[in-house]
Write a protein that binds this ligand. Structure first.
Ligand code: ADP
Length: 374
């Protein structure tokens, strides 16, 4: 065992005796100083071994391959997002800062009545910044960010979804404070009776009973995880264990379909925030943020004009629009291999019809030849 060996080495072993009496090449005073340094280092190392053992303890019974996968693919130790990166959403940002980020930063002050909320639910159309907010909470409260989508638990992790949820929370506990972001949470927290499942799948026979039961178990595991960290009802007597009491894990659920979440699950997320489509000002903020990193010659008026014409666009749509526009100057270059970066012209404001005149002519010619007259 690695830590036992290391402990033996640190505490000293009989190896020294075998080599005979040790004579220090240093003067006595230096030697004493050196000894103290060695003792200090030993103590430090011993402590790290103890921490390592404690961590191992928390991850015992968890498949190491799963732990590794979670660490590589689901965990983001340093999400680097600030509140300024999120345009608009002033109400949501303010509420979250006060109710979530501050308690995560100062758990000593936010106790009792000021205790953190029982989970956070973000709902609204896709691409409006829910994931971004989850990352920002983690980033601003010095927490590790974990992100998982509910559909991957039932599709990618078929047969292992339940184990996966357990492993995820075990790794989160080791890396706390942690934010566990669960996307499409509606698909796990929907109250479906077995009867409904039967009705839904009877005709196609795609899903069998084992799968239905597995699905239900994943839901229960996730609900219990939400409950155990937030409500203290993981044990039948409703008492939190000392370890659970200290856990600083925030579960942020996101959904585009809040109406599908059942009441019991809804109550678990005491803070429920609407993340709407950005208004004109929100869209303006997003475009300005994106243009900051780009050479462009757009005037204030032109940016406002873009925002006027993009009513109903989500933040993600605005991001896509700007990325597409940034390719405009590149498309005008004749030979991309030889052009110098300084010669790429800045982004400009241009309104482009989605169908070129060339294409239109083709349709017209074809129509004249073969089109039906009536
Ligand atoms: P959701 O989780 O709501 O589906 P995301 O947070 O994944 O949406 O947003 C997708 C992308 O859209 C982000 O990476 C970002 O580029 C952009 N975006 C969305 N909303 C905003 C916003 N309010 N401010 C800045 N960028 C945004």
């Amino acid at each position: 065992n690695y830590s036992a060996n290391l402990r033996r080495r640190l505490l000293g072993s009989s190896d020294v005796g075998k080599r005979g009496k040790f004579v220090s090449p240093l003067l006595k005073r230096e030697c004493a100083e050196d000894d103290r340094e060695v003792t200090r280092n030993r103590a430090k190392l011993l402590k790290s071994v103890e921490i390592e053992e404690q961590i191992d303890e928390r991850l015992r019974n968890i498949d190491p391959k799963m732990v590794e996968m979670i660490q590589n693919e689901i965990m983001d130790k340093t999400p680097n997002i600030t509140w300024d990166d999120i345009a608009g959403l002033e109400h949501a940002k303010k509420t979250i800062q006060e109710a979530v980020t501050w308690p995560m930063l100062r758990p000593d002050i936010f106790t009792g009545l000021r205790g953190p909320p029982k989970g956070l639910l973000l709902f609204g159309p896709p691409g409006t910044g829910k994931t971004l907010i989850g990352k920002c909470i983690a980033s601003q409260s010095g927490a590790t960010f974990f992100s998982i989508s509910s559909s991957s638990l039932t599709s990618k992790w078929v047969g292992d979804g339940e184990k996966m949820v357990r492993a995820l929370f075990a790794v989160a506990r080791v890396n706390q404070p942690a934010v566990v972001f669960v996307d499409e949470i509606d698909s796990l927290l929907t109250q479906r009776t077995d009867g409904e499942f039967e009705g839904e799948f009877e005709d196609s026979m795609i899903i069998d009973w084992a799968e239905v039961q597995l699905y239900n178990r994943i839901i229960i595991t996730l609900q219990n995880s939400v409950a155990s960290y937030k409500d203290g009802i993981s044990r039948p007597d409703g008492v939190k264990t000392a370890a659970e009491e200290e856990d600083r894990i925030l579960i942020v659920g996101a959904t585009n379909r809040p109406q599908e979440i059942d009441e019991a699950a809804r109550r678990r997320f005491r803070k429920r925030l609407y993340i709407p489509l950005p208004e004109h000002n929100g869209r303006y903020g997003i475009v300005c943020n994106l243009l900051k990193k780009q050479k462009h010659s757009l005037s204030e008026e032109e940016i406002h004009e873009i925002c006027k014409r993009t009513e109903g666009y989500s933040g993600s749509d605005m991001d896509g629009l700007c990325r597409e526009a940034a390719l405009g100057p590149i498309r005008a270059i004749e030979d991309i291999r030889s052009v110098s970066a300084d010669d790429v012209r800045p982004m400009t404001f241009q309104v482009r019809a989605s169908v070129s005149t060339n294409d239109l002519e083709l349709y017209q010619t074809w129509n004249e030849k073969y089109g039906s007259l009536s």
